[in-house]
Design a protein around this ligand. Sequence first.
Ligand code: NAP
Ligand code: ZN
Ligand code: ZN
Length: 346
Amino acid sequence: METRGYAALIAKAPLQPYSFVRRDLRAGDIAFDIKYSGICHSDIHQAREEWGDSIFPMVPGHEIVGVVTAIGSAVTKFAIGDHVGVGVFIDSCRTCENCLSGQQQYCLDGMTGTYNGYERDGKTVAQGGYANKYVIDQDYAVLVPGNLELSGVAPLLCAGITLYSPLRHWKVGIGTKVGVIGLGGLGHMGVKFAAAMGAEVTVFSHSASKEVDAKRMGAKHFVVTKDAEIFEDLKESYDLILNTVSAELDINLYLGLLKLNGTLVVIGLPGKPYEVSAFNLLRLRRSLAGSMIGGLPELQEMLDFCAEKNILSDVEVINADYINEAYDRTVASDVKYRFVIDASTF
Ligand code: NAP
Ligand code: ZN
Ligand code: ZN
């Protein structure tokens, strides 16, 4: 299938128009026209080779929504015209205990990423969603409820699920005191979800200008982290803190904000390891944890939750020729709150 998209041809080069071929429809596949593709900070990390080896040419994009145009002979889950979403992985081993329990993101054989990796044949380079067409096995796509507006849905496929999953895992509910560090693509979804689950949400931000937006999204408190005193004033106050920041932070300052049995979840992925004080963990039996996206059943659950509560991402829709500027603005924390590419402009 002839496909038009945008690719990075080498590390750190600006992305440029790129034509390539996707596979023909197999019996269990669906094909769809991409409508919108979100720009996740992980795309930037990988296109700029900030996490080690990347594979080029690279078509990034793992927040993909579109409309089904064709189905293979064995497809039962989708019909032509359905709204469909694809997130951070497109396959997994399907047989390990984590795949069988619907947690494909933790596949013991390694999930197959949507781009910057090889498909399970070991030789086809997977190409992502900055493109106009897509083909995927029906088992690794999710149905987008018909009432949700598609541009605001695209970021749910990574940013949304990445915050929804830890909020559910750590059983956030009415009255839970939740902190979200960083009001970017991921963070703003965390605020909306935690507030919808009944939590009392505090945003920790290094951008004072985001306070009004944070409160509109459901945060009760907004803290500017440049002010060092806040770490003393708010110590031992939170049940759960989600760190979505892509830059290096002093993690010990945030551990000090946790109550007895509180948990700090690492979600953002800076290139360097954190230094962690053991004393800070022992005191008040705190946990430092990580969390990675979410599995297919949880993705579907999140989309249904969004349809019920009317939750979407706040997006800035752009044309394909604005991708490089959007990357620079994302790195500068200047995005409200996710760039989404209109796929008709590829
Ligand atoms: P983003 O839109 O750029 O948001 C990151 C936010 O971090 C910024 O908006 C900013 O918020 C804050 N920040 C940025 N630079 C900072 C600095 N120097 N000091 C303090 N705060 C800073 O990025 P994103 O797409 O949400 O992704 C965030 C991170 O999560 C990335 O590292 C990405 O690779 C990773 N990620 C992880 C998973 C997972 O499964 N765990 C999934 C997707 C992405 P304020 O302006 O409010 O401070
Ligand atoms: Zn992502
Ligand atoms: Zn598996």
